[in-house]
Design a protein around this ligand. Structure first.
Ligand code: 13P
Length: 246
C-alpha cells in the first residue's frame, strides 16, 4: 500500500480547497494507494464530506497538546476532529524551526492526538548543517525516541530532510532510502521488528511527478508527503498516477 499525503501548508481558502477536491478524479483503488490531504483548519469542514466521497482522508497540520484551555490562537484535537480531520501532521520542520516546537512538546501533541482518535503523522528530518556534520542518524534517532512515547496502530512517520523542503533539491532515492532504513531500525528498537515493519515511512521534500516513482521503488519508502506539488490538482494527480499502482 502506497500512502500519498498532500500538505497544503498556509495555502487555499475554503473556496479554493473545494475547487481542488472537485477537480480530482475519484480514486477507486482501495488497497493499493491511499490519498490524504492536510488542509488549513478553515477548509476542513468544507471539504470533509466531499473528500469522503472521493475516498480521501482529510486531516489537520497541527494541534495543541492540551485538551482545551487558555491558549489564544491555538486549536485542539477535538476541534479539528469535529471539523472533519481524521489525521494530523505533527512536528513538521516548519513548526519546529519557525515556531520553536521541541521534541517534548511534539511528544505531548502525539499523546493528545492518540487519546483523541486522530491518526498521527510524525515528521522528522535533519538540517543541511546536521547532515554536513554527519549527525543525520543521531538527529533522527533523537527525534523518533523523544517524540514517540506512545504507539498508534495507524501511526505514520514522514522523513523530510529540511534541506529538501521547498528547495527543489530532492534527496536522491539512495539518500532517502538510507535514512528510511535507519528509521526502520530505530523503530524496531522502540516497538520491535514486527511492528516497525508495518509503520508507513513517507518521504517528503520536493516530491514531484517525475521523481515519485524512483522514491517509492525503494524498499523502505512507503509513500510521500508532498508540499508544493500538492497544490495543483493536475500535478497532484500525476504524482498519484506515476506511482504506477492505479
Ligand atoms: P515541498 O514538497 O514543497 O518541498 O514540501 C515538503 C513538505 O514540507 C511537505 O510537508
Amino acid at each position: 500500500m502506497i500512502t500519498l499525503v498532500g500538505n497544503w501548508k498556509m495555502y487555499k481558502t475554503r473556496e479554493e480547497a473545494e475547487l481542488f477536491i472537485k477537480a480530482l478524479p475519484p480514486f477507486p483503488h482501495v488497497g493499493k494507494v491511499r490519498v490524504l490531504l492536510a488542509a488549513p483548519f478553515t477548509a476542513l469542514s468544507t471539504i470533509s464530506s466531499l473528500g469522503r466521497e472521493k475516498k480521501l482522508w482529510i486531516g489537520a497540520q497541527n494541534i495543541h497538546d492540551a485538551e482545551e484551555g487558555a491558549f489564544t490562537g491555538e486549536i485542539s484535537a477535538r476541534m479539528v476532529q469535529e471539523a472533519g480531520a481524521s489525521f494530523v501532521l505533527l512536528g513538521h520542520s516548519e513548526r519546529r524551526h519557525l515556531f520553536g516546537e521541541t521534541n517534548s512538546f511534539i511528544a505531548r501533541k502525539l499523546k493528545r492526538a492518540i487519546a483523541s482518535g486522530l491518526v498521527p503523522i510524525l515528521c522528522i528530518g535533519e538540517t543541511a548543517l546536521e547532515r554536513e556534520r554527519g549527525e543525520t542518524e543521531a538527529v533522527l534517532h533523537k527525534q523518533l525516541t523523544e517524540c514517540l512515547l506512545e504507539d498508534h496502530p495507524d501511526l505514520m512517520i514522514a522523513y523530510e530532510p529540511v534541506w529538501a523542503i521547498g528547495t527543489g533539491k530532492t534527496a536522491t532515492p539512495e539518500i532517502a532510502e538510507s535514512a528510511h532504513a535507519f528509521c526502520r531500525e530505530a523503530l524496531t528498537g522502540l516497538f520491535g521488528e514486527a511492528r516497525a515493519e508495518k509503520i508507513p515511512l513517507l518521504y517528503g521534500g520536493s516530491v514531484k511527478p517525475d521523481n515519485i516513482k524512483a522514491l517509492i521503488d525503494q524498499p523502505h519508502i512507503d509513500g510521500a508527503l508532498v508540499g508544493g506539488a500538492s497544490l495543483d490538482p493536475a500535478t497532484f494527480t500525476d504524482i498519484i498516477r506515476n506511482t504506477g499502482v492505479l
